[in-house]
Write a protein that binds this ligand. Sequence first.
Ligand code: ADP
Ligand code: ADP
Length: 229
Amino acid sequence: MSYIELNDVVKEYKSGEIVTRANDGVTFTIESGEFAVILGPSGAGKSTTLNILGGMDKATSGEVIIAEKDISDYSDKELTTFRRNNIGFVFQNYNLVPNLTAKENVELSIQISNSDADVMDVLKQCGLDQRADNFPAQLSGGEQQRVSIARAIASKPKLLLADEPTGALDYETGKQILKLLQDTSRNTDTTIVVITHNTTISEMADRVIKIRNGKVDDIVINDTPLKVD
Ligand code: ADP
Ligand code: ADP
């Protein structure tokens, strides 16, 4: 069985009379340890899919199986526990705690997740050992995203989900962030899923799931993903 299996997932948002079908029968699998990209234009349903994968939102119908557990019927409480025990999130706009230093942001994640990770090891791994005592506002965008990734890695998640992690960064900085994610994927058994509208990013992935109009358009397995250096 694959690590992630989505079977015919439908997600509808209702506001008054208006129903938006953001996912319209999404089916795909992702293997354990893969670096997968969900690629598609704005409005295609990528964030919706990621939110459902991470237990942040519930599907209207369909199956969401992660590590052989069907989370589609989980209660809100079960989903919270599931998120805490399994998932690390990285956001486009970093979402760091502004009044905590880089080190304290990562320490908070270690505490919350009950992880045995060493904060300085994680910061070093993310190229941040010289920035440990800086507050987010004192860091560049690329460095803030590194803290965000360090925070996610520190919880030793089985699944790391990233929503347009390079969306707010220039090309070169974005490339370094992708290198960090690719290295993390190679050096740990963490499964990584990145959503993006950037086709260049998809060349670095083991698996590319293309989404359009709430449906899977194509799935490409990359035997020789582009290595970032
Ligand atoms: P993407 O991440 O590919 O840009 P989204 O999953 O964010 O796409 O959105 C897919 C569609 O669902 C869009 O038409 C969007 O406007 C709509 N949508 C997303 N979230 C909501 C929401 N909370 N309420 C209503 N419509 C939503
Ligand atoms: P991004 O492309 O930067 O990830 P999204 O378009 O996916 O941004 O939307 C960001 C947030 O806004 C998501 O939480 C999504 O659910 C919500 N959202 C998107 N479209 C709508 C909408 N039409 N109505 C309400 N909320 C929306």
